[in-house]
Write a protein that binds this ligand. Structure first.
Ligand code: NAP
Length: 498
């Protein structure tokens, strides 16, 4: 399969500003799409001069508002502008599916300009997408392009089927938006002539990322049908930092693999996507950590005990359908960072208070108890503290005076797992009545902000503190080990990056 190209769509208001954008990203791109519908009116008479300003092949596009662009004048004027434009040295011109002027098309071809014949669907993935793509290439030599915006994971699967059905032909086929994002990266393995990207803050279409992120983080140029695919499923998911941990890790150990965010609304449908893309492993985040369990063929004890799973690894076998094994690395990741800080191989006999009894607390308490710690759980809703304590034979209390008193006896380590202190409630402290003595190690799993009010208070009292990002990284390092069989190669580097 041919390597896909990187096309920078430029959307500035003047040709000069567009040129500056191109120069900035010159080393990361192969071609440019001039979105002339974004240009100031005064620039339009000079369209034909633009190709001479750069050495890259240029696509001329004047997208109508109805097709997701900005051009609002009449069609006659658009044709006139396109006609003037091709007097310059454009390599391609993008004409929509419903552009039916044959004489104009012939004129374009005579000039040696290739036609990209496009259609856009912002409402979803049409059921007849493959048929429409095949019909798009109206005359020989035209490159069909379909940009569709999946509205669900099942539509992502439909889009993937379409790549397969149109496997034999040159085409540009891309999924827009958050659901479609992985298709923008996997072009060279799925089969799309190019992918589009934009400068930061100047996105020409939903889901564009900047060229440097494409080449440096996702290693777009190295992706091929042989590249192993990993990812994270969540809803929402695009904000996740996980690709910035795993992709540089893969690069450093020389593994031909890519880690992508998958916006998922149905795990059942995602499992079909996983089978299609032969996904080797994936992280699981909110809200799928519990529901994923029913789709696992094997569960680690960390999953059965905590009733939540954040890591799925595909079994290495030719078995069809693939078999998946679930692990929960939240607790192990939490404990590894703690043991590293304490410089201990076990937590045997240490007395620990865990503030909170939610999902994260469950994974943490299981890991602490497994390591031999004695744990007190205090929580606002007392019966939740009691229930969690019962499961793991811990002490419990409310987030009240009784709890604060009991904390005195469980104060080697204090773990904060509630959402108090997290932005936008960063001025909150879950235990304002507890006075730190200075001997405690205080670990707040909230990572935004990095220094919570509780940690600031603990540090002032002379306590050793551990930031929430250590757990975030710790669970990712364990995932990396499960995905690759290797230790994460640059822990210090990624810590600075995060
Ligand atoms: P969760 O299941 O919703 O649990 C929330 C916990 O916070 C419960 O114990 C809840 O008490 C308590 N809480 C919420 N509002 C409170 C208030 N106003 N006063 C007192 N207690 C309150 O959430 P989770 O998944 O466990 O996540 C909790 C926090 O951990 C979040 O900030 C999350 O970002 C962070 N986290 C960090 C990492 C990491 O890697 N660093 C990993 C996972 C989670 P009730 O039972 O009384 O409602």
């Amino acid at each position: 399969m041919k390597k896909s190209l990187i096309c920078l769509a430029v959307t500035e208001t003047t040709l000069g500003k567009n040129l500056n954008t191109i120069l900035k990203y010159r080393n990361s791109i192969d071609m440019v799409e001039l979105r002339a519908d974004f240009l100031d009116k005064a620039e339009l008479p000079f369209l034909h001069k633009f190709p001479r300003m750069t050495d890259l092949p240029i696509i001329l596009t004047i997208r109508k508002k109805t097709d997701g662009g900005k051009f609002v004048s009449d069609e006659r004027q658009r044709r006139q502008l396109l006609g003037n434009g091709i007097q310059g040295n454009y390599s391609y011109i993008d004409l929509e599916e419903d552009f039916t002027d044959n004489d104009f098309s012939k004129r374009i071809k005579k000039k040696g300009v290739k036609i990209i014949r496009s259609f856009h669907d912002f409402s979803g993935v049409p059921h007849d997408l493959s048929r429409r793509i095949k019909a798009l290439a109206k005359s020989p030599g035209e490159l069909p392009k379909a940009a569709v915006m999946p509205q669900s994971t099942s539509e992502v699967y439909r889009l993937l089927q379409c790549y397969k059905e149109c496997d034999h032909m040159d085409k540009i086929l891309l999924g827009m938006g958050t659901f479609g994002f992985p298709t923008r990266i996997l072009c060279s393995s799925l089969g799309s002539y190019l992918t589009y990207c934009s400068a930061p803050g100047a996105s020409a279409a939903p889901g564009h990322i900047d060229p440097v992120t494409l080449t440096d983080l996702y290693r777009f140029r190295e992706i091929s049908p042989k590249t192993f695919v990993y990812g994270i499923i969540g809803n929402p998911v695009m904000h996740t930092f996980s690709p910035c941990i795993h992709n540089p890790g893969f690069a450093r150990i020389g593994l031909d693999a890519v880690y992508l965010p998958f916006h998922v609304d149905s795990i059942k449908d995602f499992m079909e996507v996983a089978e299609f893309l032969d996904i080797r492993g994936f992280s699981v985040t909110i809200p799928h950590k519990e529901n994923i369990i029913q789709f696992l063929d094997k569960k680690d004890q960390s999953v059965t005990q905590v009733a939540a799973c954040n890591t799925v690894v595909k079994e290495e076998s030719t078995h069809k359908p693939a078999r998946y094994c679930g692990v929960n690395t939240d607790g192990i990741g939490f404990v590894e960072a703690l043991k590293e800080r304490l410089n201990k191989t076990s937590l045997d006999g240490l007395k620990v208070t865990t503030i909170g009894a939610g999902g994260a607390a469950k994974a943490i308490v299981f890991a602490l108890v497994s390591e031999g710690a004695e744990v007190l759980i205090i929580n606002r809703t007392v019966h939740r503290a009691e229930k969690l304590a019962d499961s793991f034979h811990c002490a419990w209390a409310g987030l009240d005076d009784d709890g604060l008193l009991k904390m005195q006896d469980y104060s080697d380590i204090i773990v904060q797992t509630t959402s108090l202190g997290m932005e936008p409630n960063s001025n909150m402290d879950p235990v304002p009545g507890y006075t730190f003595k200075g001997h405690e190690t205080v670990y707040d799993i909230v990572y935004k902000p990095e220094m919570t009010l509780l940690l600031k208070r603990a540090q002032k009292a002379g306590c050793s503190i551990i930031l929430g990002k250590e757990m975030l990284l710790g669970q990712a390092f364990v995932q990396f080990r499960l995905f690759t069989g290797k230790e994460y190669p640059d822990k210090a580097g990624v810590r600075i990056l995060l």
